[in-house]
Every structure is written in C-alpha cells, then in structure tokens.
Write a protein that binds this ligand. Structure first.
Ligand SMILES: O=C(O)CCC(=O)C(=O)O
Length: 269
C-alpha cells in the first residue's frame, strides 16, 4: 500500500515521482516520499518554525495545553521558508502528482500539536460538499512519528468523491465515529524527519497518540484550473500575499503568473 522507498535525499534533476507513485496517488489518494530531504534540513526548518511560534506566543515557553497553529507561518521567516516553495524536490512531488502546471495556493500552516486529530478531510472538514479537482497537501513531520504515536492515518481511496460522501453519510448514520481511533481500512503512515507525506485534500485522515508539542508544517497545492468551475474552486482557496511574488524563483513565477490575472480580476470584481 505504501508506494514509497527509503532512499537517500534525491538529486534535484532526478524525477521525484515514479509512475507507480502517481498511480498510487490517483487510486489511494496519498504517497509517502521517504528521505527526500535530510534530517538535518528538516531540523533546520523545525527550529525556524519553533522560533516563529515562540514569537507568536509573545516569547513564552509552549505550555502544551492546546495545539498552537499559525496559518500562514512562512511569511514570518521568508529567508528560510520561501525557498522551499521553489525547491526542486518539493515541486517535483507536486508537479509529479498534479501536473507540471500545478500551483501553490497560498495556504501553509506551522504547528505544535497536542493530543489527537479526529477524522476529517481538508476539502471541507466533515461536510459532504466534495469538489472534483485534485488538490493536495504536503506535510513535513519534524519528529519521528509512528502508529498511535502521532503519525498520520489515512483511509485509502476516500478521496474519490463518492466514497468521501459515503463516509460523511456513515457519520450521520452513526457507523463512522470521527473520534474513533480505528476504522476499517485505516493505514498509518509512519514518518521520519526527511519524509514528506503528500495527500489529496479530500482524503479522510486523522492522527492519535502523538507527544505534546509534535512539530509539523504543511503547504497546499492545486491542479491548474482548466474549466470555469475548477477556476472557482482554486480562486476560492488561493490567497497570495506580496511575498509570494517578491521571493519567487523563475519556475514559481511562471506558474503563478498564469493565475495572477484571474486573481486580480476576482479581487477587483
Ligand atoms: O498530524 C496531525 O495531527 C493531523 C494533520 C492534519 O490533519 C492536516 O495537516 O490536515
């Protein structure tokens, strides 16, 4: 089920996503990319994340009472985090899974987790309104996480709109409890620093048993819209601050320039 392999950090010129991984993503809604980054790189990001979150707390220690989440967070340390949006390995994942013209949609969050995350999707929480456009999240777990110890769990295939909706109906019928640790078919995605978890926004996912202060950050991406309804989905999700332009490398500039016209038009409307 896990179409990943544990290989050393990849050369940027290598193709990041294999045909098998692309097919796995389309079928099951997720792929775990193993050791795409080095643990040292991830610790560098994790420490920058901790500094940002500390400043956000007014300089105090994390009291561990509840999750601290900042969305967006990368804007608070642009030198460290914006290059990650142009990193060939990161873009390689997203372009490999969503197509060469995939887009960063502006959403990113940095977290210190406390306790469990109940079952939900990122498309619309636990609502049955599921769109048809493949969008995904890349998640960087900065600490080792295992089954029942803070790793992501997913329900493979639940990103397919019909299954996604059926799970919502199962909640209504009392068959699927979003607080339950287990549901039939659950797959835990253990992660080591350097791994990247990529999953479709419509995929049902959860996490449980993590240690207090579990460090994790994410980015949101979309397939380039080709039809009017797709454009509406993407424009609704996309928010670009000025830094997205100021910091962009050539590849990002080229990608977002195509959407920029539409965004300006919708902002001005
Ligand atoms: O790691 C977790 O607790 C859950 C992550 C999650 O739900 C998300 O990033 O959408």
């Amino acid at each position: 089920m896990d179409a990943s392999s544990r290989t050393p950090a990849k050369d940027a010129t290598e193709s990041v996503v294999s045909d098998a991984q692309r097919s796995h993503f389309r079928t099951f809604g997720f792929v775990a990319f193993r050791q795409l980054f080095t643990p040292d790189e991830i610790e560098h990001y994790a420490q920058a994340l901790e500094r940002i979150l500390r400043r956000d707390r007014g300089g105090g220690d994390f009291d561990g009472k509840e999750r601290q989440s900042l969305n967006p967070f990368i804007e608070y340390d642009r030198e460290t985090f914006f290059p990650l949006l142009d990193d060939e390995r990161h873009l390689g994942i997203v372009d490999g899974l969503l197509g060469e013209d995939s887009l960063y949609t502006g959403g990113n969050d940095g977290n210190l987790y406390v306790g469990d995350t109940t079952w939900h999707t990122d498309a619309n929480g636990i609502s049955p309104n599921v769109h048809m456009l493949p969008c995904l999240k890349t998640a960087f777990y900065c600490d080792p996480v295992g089954d029942g110890q803070g790793c992501l769990s997913v329900i493979p295939g639940s990103h397919h709109p019909q299954v996604c909706r059926q799970l919502y109906e199962a909640i209504q019928a009392g068959v699927f409890d979003v607080n339950a640790p287990d549901v039939p078919g659950r797959v835990p995605l253990e992660s080591m620093p350097g791994d990247v978890m990529a999953f479709d926004h419509r995929l049902w996912h959860s996490s449980r048993g993590g240690k207090v202060g579990r460090r994790m950050f994410t980015f949101n991406w979309s397939t380039f819209p080709r039809q009017a309804w797709e454009e509406e989905v993407v424009l609704n999700r996309t928010k670009y601050g000025p830094q997205i332009w100021e910091t962009a490398g050539p590849r990002r500039k080229q990608k977002i320039a195509r959407l920029a016209v539409d965004l300006e038009e919708s902002d001005g409307a």
